[in-house]
Design a protein. Sequence first.
Length: 497
Amino acid sequence: MGALCWVLPEEEDEEVLQEEEEGGGGRGGRCGGGVLSCCLPSERLLNVERVHALYQTFPECRAAEPDVPRNPYLSPPHLSPAHLSPPHLSPPQRLRKVIQELVDTEKSYVKDLECLFDLYLTPLQTQSFLSKEEVEALFGCLPEMLDFQRVFLQTLEEKITSCPDLEAPEQLQKLLSALGGSFLLYADRFKHYSGFCANHPKVQKVLERAKTDAAFKHFLETRNPTNQHSASLESFLIKPVQRILKYPLLLRELVALTPPHTPEHTHLTEALRAMEDAASHINEMQKIYEEFGCVFDQLAAEHTDKQVVALSMGGFLLCSSVLWLNPLPSLRLKKEPELTLFVFKRAVVLVYRENIKLKKRMTASRPADLDPFRFRWLIPVSQAQVRPASFTGSGSECVLELVHCRSEVEGRPETVFQLCSSDVEMKARVLCALRPLLRARDPCGSLRRPRLSAQRRHRGRGGGGARTARRRKPDPQDPTLLCDRGSGGSAAESALH
């Protein structure tokens, strides 16, 4: 089911690994923008196939998908009609057929989600055999997904109602453009499926409990007394994966059946690209959770803050590689260690993972199961502050200080992480992800001047001498000044593994 990390190749080039070990290269991270990065068309198609690989992990979902018809307007003269599906219908007839399938299957999907809630989710709220974390693992962001799908279905129905006579070419063309616009409008909302898909391993573990937990097994039997697989909890939980895979197939078919160089073809092509980007996002969330999920689960379990119950991928906002300019003494290497910064709706996580190639060399003298995550740190949003670099000089415009606030109740000192992004744009993305979270939290510090100026946004970062630059007083006009300064501090050794 798994690909590796973000949109990088699955294995790093030998020369790149060698360069990293020798301390070469400038500031910045390998993964760059993480979930915010863009993919080439070939990569988007590959990511759709990877999400389809998740779909294939369900036994009943392994049937082959029907072939998407070729565009009849581009078909060579020698192409047999047998290659077109269905061959006895004209392109406009096939377009109307696909549109009807889109709406009918959307209605069925919304009904399936409602049945999932009525049959399973709502009754489970009153049961005690599953913990809150297990219920969260099963259903996660499904309530938000159902609300969205109802809105999306209503949008599709309104578009069709506005074009009652699809036999008229102009109305069919208008509807096709409107459908493409609807997918473009809501494409980012479909990315919320990433949390559900990434959570699939947890879902499987919870469902396995029914084999040994008598109370859970009895509950499932009472919900589905005829033992029909289509009414089982497992079958309902497959529906969102099936649906998110169906959209690109339907859009691809509509694109294939519209004449090129027409407005409707352009709108549908853009919609298909947007949905392939959504599939790419879902794929990246899967890979991130496969690689770092054990760290997220451990940190959430260890933390005492009631607001941090779980680090769900449904609440994941951004990941970025940053250089740690004030690392722990034990992590000071030939160059600054590279941390992976994760921003969730409820917390910020910092992780340092040991170089894979270096780890392989060390396994001869150290245990084979050595934990590669040598440093991990969780900061609840309620305890986080962000402030600009405390020094000036080359590269300082890409530096921010992430602060874990002091707590007298917990006996925790203030901890300051000096982090350097790959460029000003990446720093701006990190701040844009953090800013609304800091605004919405319980007061921990004042939030000032949240916007980056256009000049600072487009400035490049020079050199690598950020740590040697001279210190300065805070500039009140600095647009990255998000909170008042604290007393400073360093990362605690307790997070080092």
